[in-house]
Design a protein around this ligand. Structure first.
Ligand code: HEM
Ligand code: HEM
Length: 226
């Protein structure tokens, strides 16, 4: 067996930071009151992370790139129907079914974080972009934030974790270890992802730019004061 670097450090840090921040956003929202300040901060950090992941999906290393895990319907159906046979094709990055869940998770979390910017709690907290829209629209977006995208995230995260348990138990494939160490162990030759310090530095610069863009967005002055 040989080790092949599949998940570069930036993707791994992105993943675990995203998971921790989502839990933090849900917990702080449940505590309410002053903790809402931290709910907002968790949300802004998630926005910056997602913006980073979108850029990284376009220019990042091989397995992180979206083009490496966008599959057509026939490949997905073939993968599902193929059962154990399909596994033999050894998809090193996200497999055809897993890729659907990755895009759904990224989309749902993005919808959640963006809708949060326009949400209000009718008491003390309102997102930084509420000032640009009517109260009615903000209320509708709040409903979406609380009841639609949040529910979707719960369902998708539950499916995500069940799928990982399924691969572990039924297919004897540990997907979590590579998300921690970066490496998959395979018995064939495969091209590793570029996880050099140069790429890591580039990722850090992109993340800093994404954080600056989010900061700019949430600091916009109300209309008329620009
Ligand atoms: C709020 C919680 C979570 C969210 C939102 C989440 C989201 C994601 C996303 C977006 C990806 C794709 C990574 C990328 O290419 O950028 C991913 C992959 C992955 N996640 Fe999570 N995750 C969560 C929790 C967890 C937990 C608790 C585990 C471990 C038990 C886990 C294990 C994995 C693994 C192993 C992969 C790689 C799957 C593969 O090999 O295709 N995730 N997750
Ligand atoms: C992906 C990140 C986020 C997650 C997972 C998340 C999750 C949630 C959840 C679960 C609720 C409560 C639903 C309920 O009361 O049943 C909520 C409420 C709320 N969120 Fe977020 N949120 C996120 C981002 C944001 C952001 C960025 C903002 C604003 C800057 C925001 C502002 C609010 C407000 C104002 C409420 C209160 C609504 C109310 O109680 O009526 N959220 N969020």
């Amino acid at each position: 067996m040989k080790k092949v670097r599949v998940w570069d450090l930036p993707v791994r840090l992105f993943h675990w930071a995203l998971a921790v921040l989502i839990v933090a956003a849900v917990v702080t929202q449940n505590i309410g009151g002053n903790a809402m300040e931290w709910h907002f901060r968790a949300g802004y950090s998630i926005l910056a992370l997602l913006a980073f992941r979108i850029v990284w999906g376009l220019i990042g290393p091989r397995y992180a790139r979206f083009s490496s895990f966008i599959y057509g319907p026939s490949t997905i159906v073939g993968y599902v129907r193929g059962g154990k046979e399909a596994l033999k094709r050894k998809y090193l990055g996200h497999n055809p079914l897993g890729s659907l869940s990755v895009f759904a998770l990224l989309g749902a979390v993005l919808a959640q974080a963006v809708s949060g910017l326009y949400a209000n709690d009718d008491i003390a907290s309102e997102g930084p972009l509420v000032k640009f829209i009517s109260k009615d629209l903000s209320d509708q977006i709040t409903w979406f934030h609380k009841d639609v995208s949040a529910t979707l995230i719960y369902i998708l995260v539950a499916m995500h974790i069940l799928a990982i348990i399924f691969y572990h138990v039924r297919r004897r494939q540990n997907l979590v270890k590579p998300m921690l160490t970066g490496d998959h162990e395979v018995d064939f030759d495969a091209v590793p992802a570029n996880d050099s310090w140069g790429m890591r530095l580039l990722a850090a610069v992109i993340l800093a730019l994404c954080a600056a863009a989010v900061y700019w967005l949430i600091s916009l002055p109300p209309r008329g004061m620009m």
